[in-house]
Ligand binder design. Sequence first.
Ligand code: 5GP
Length: 200
Amino acid sequence: MKKRKVFVVSGPSGSGKGTLLTRLFRLVKGLSYSVSATTRTPRQGEKPGQDYTFLSNEQFEDYIKSGKFLEWARVHDYLYGTLKEEVEKKLNSSDVVLELDPQGALQVKEKIPNAVLIFILPPAYKDSHDIEKALKELENRLRKRKTESEEYIKKRLETARKELLELDKYDYVVVNDTLPEATNILLDIFNKERDRLEKI
Ligand code: 5GP
């Protein structure tokens, strides 16, 4: 039987992660997206079962208790989780991409050691080895917008700091400097990792 692979993609908002993944799905055959569960409410245009499975807090807690999640985490003010059943079902016929925050990504790596962890960085983080500089740039960008509250900026910077500290635990870091370039890098990663599997 053909071996299947799990790819986990993370990245702060503003990294262009969503656009990159849309391009990837158009270009790579035999890839499925794992639809997560969340307690946040749908945004405009989001479809239940397609973007997320939207659950109440009680439902989510029940799912945790009955062991339905491969991983779950609190991100900002909501709960997010990957359903075991969703991943297993999709792995029957394709490789699977999970879009998770770093807490979730590391839980998956622990349970599925050959999962491939990819971190997408926005151009502002080009010097991601210099965390303070990268954070300063992000702060400047947020302040320039003049629409974000001080509380929001603080929260975003806190999350970004935590995320940047986890970077070295990822297998690949892709800086989304230009979309075509980042797409090609991502394509190379997927091709290399799938090729590696087929040779085992
Ligand atoms: P959003 O609410 O903007 O769709 O997602 C917020 C954050 O939650 C993003 O960083 C996204 O990657 C993360 N996320 C989405 N689904 C899951 C999940 O199933 N598990 C974990 N741990 N994080 C998730």
